[in-house]
Write a protein that binds this ligand. Structure first.
Ligand SMILES: *Cc1c(COP(=O)(O)O)cnc(C)c1O
Length: 472
């Protein structure tokens, strides 16, 4: 799929669409000379060189990748019109697309008559879910795991709700601790994570359902990162084939709200999150009357069920077009996620075969955490080696570079998993690779070989006796 062809098509179709309305006068004040634009564009191009190759399989670091060509085409074509999905009058076509998208996201999670909309980000989507949770349980707190995204703690403060961080077991929330808080009537809602940002773990949503039953506990699932894995996880056979635990995914239809970020695993450019409520009655919490935006009052406007006002109709357009060619099925969009999962399993296998590395813990999805082994086994050596490997990978020439990311763990969490390590500092940096590009699957071998070589060359030399302590 040649993005240049489709971008040209988008520009041409846009011109045809405009032409039917007749000519438009040029505005002198905004006219720019070719020379001025040439100079500005040259400066811009130069500035943009300062970027990392998020698109390349040798970028095995943070959760970043470019959008799909279909997303680029759909986004650009709509952006030229610039509809605003705040109201139907401001973006009739793209609001319609957004409603269709929400229907399909709901089907992916198993929600039957949900309420939902796109947001600018997972942060705002989570804020909306917690806002509704607070409206329903104004006097109760909200629990989230210590490995949940930091946004939950911050949003609780913003909403004036008492937040309760809950300890984790192997990176998933300790549901016994949640049950105690629920029994003591301290919390009305628990946030569970499906695909935690650091370790990529999935909380036991299925086991939490019992607390919903017993205490009326509201369950919000933050699946900003992992949500699209529902395409695989809710298919029990497929899940087992990919060595995923299906139970949490199968429980999704019974939770109260879900957040998913199409700008993470949905192949979209930034500016595309989504929130869904199982019970459409959540709409009452957003109700407001705006005298100036709604002229066609008969239909529901997305602006009426959102905390945000203006939202890019182009974000809906990009996602809608992507979903036409890669539908929300296990062999549509899901095929790419399955490739990422297989890449993570292959990476895990390579780690097991290489004495220079050890797996931190088994990956639940496509985020692998691991560390350079140390002899004697002390945390400060792991930390220093991690730093050296990351630096060496990034310092190599562009076409030989390797980009890894770092995860800072507490010493306590590290030795729970690897008790043979001596603790000589409170925190330790380990390696983290988000294998979210399907391209990784075919590249596990070459990238892992590079990793191995960087580990050998960068950590071979004994550090000088007066080497400064790793700077945390
Ligand atoms: C990325 C992420 C968020 C935050 O979403 P943004 O789109 O970055 O605002 C929240 N929760 C989880 C689990 C995430 O991975």
């Amino acid at each position: 799929m040649d993005v240049r062809h489709w971008v040209n098509q988008a520009l041409e179709q846009h011109q045809l669409w405009r032409d039917q309305f007749g000519p438009v006068p040029t505005v002198e004040a905004l006219t720019v000379s070719d020379e001025a634009m040439t100079a500005a564009f040259a400066a811009y191009t130069e500035r943009m060189q300062d970027n990392y190759p998020f698109f390349h399989p040798r970028w095995v670091g943070q959760m970043l990748k470019p959008p799909h060509p279909a997303a680029v085409t759909g986004y650009l074509a709509a952006m030229l019109i610039n509809p605003n999905n705040h109201s139907r009058d401001a973006g009739p076509a793209t609001e319609e697309m957004e409603l269709e998208i929400m229907g399909q996201l709901a089907t992916m999670f198993g929600f039957e008559q949900p309420l939902g909309h796109l947001t600018t980000s997972g942060t705002i989507a989570n804020l909306e879910a917690l806002f509704v949770a607070r409206q329903l349980h104004p006097d109760l707190g909200i629990a989230y795991s210590e490995d949940a995204h930091y946004t939950h703690e911050r949003m609780c403060r913003l909403l004036g709700v008492q937040g309760y961080p809950i300890p984790t077991r192997m990176g998933t929330i300790d549901l016994d601790a949640v049950a105690q808080l629920a029994a003591a009537k301290k919390i009305g809602t628990v946030v569970l994570t499906a695909g935690s940002t650091g370790l990529g773990t999935v909380d036991r949503i299925d086991q939490a359902l019992e607390l919903k039953e017993r205490y009326g506990l509201r369950i919000h699932v933050d699946a900003a990162y992992g949500g699209f894995f529902a395409l695989l996880g809710r298919d029990e056979e497929l899940a087992r084939e990919l060595d995923m635990v299906p139970e949490p995914w199968l429980a999704l239809p019974q939770v109260d709200s879900i957040v998913v970020d199409p700008h993470k695993h949905g192949l979209q450019p930034y500016g595309c999150g989504a929130v869904l409520f199982r019970d459409a009655a959540a709409a009452v919490h957003f109700k407001h009357d705006s005298p100036y935006t709604y002229y066609t009052q008969s239909e529901l406007h997305l602006g009426e069920i959102s905390l945000e006002c203006s939202r890019a109709g182009a974000a809906a357009a990009g996602l809608w077009l992507t979903m036409q060619v890669l539908p929300l099925t296990h062999d549509g969009l899901g095929a790419g996620l399955a490739a990422s999962r297989r890449a993570a399993l292959a990476w895990t296998q390579r780690l097991a075969d290489d004495p220079l590395f050890a797996l931190y813990q088994r990956p639940a999805l496509d985020i692998v955490t691991y560390f350079p082994t140390a002899e004697p086994p002390v945390l400060s050596t792991v930390d220093a080696k991690t730093e050296a490997i990351v630096a060496a990978g990034m310092a190599a020439p562009a076409d030989e570079s390797l980009y890894l990311s770092v995860l800072t763990c507490s010493a306590g969490e590290f030795v729970k998993r690897h008790p043979e390590y001596a603790v000589d500092q409170e925190q330790v940096r380990i390696l983290r690779s988000v294998l979210m590009k399907p391209e990784h699957e075919a590249w596990v071998e070459p990238t892992f070989t590079m990793l191995h070589d960087f580990a050998r060359s960068s950590t071979n030399a004994a550090p000088p006796a007066d080497a400064p302590a790793a700077n945390l």
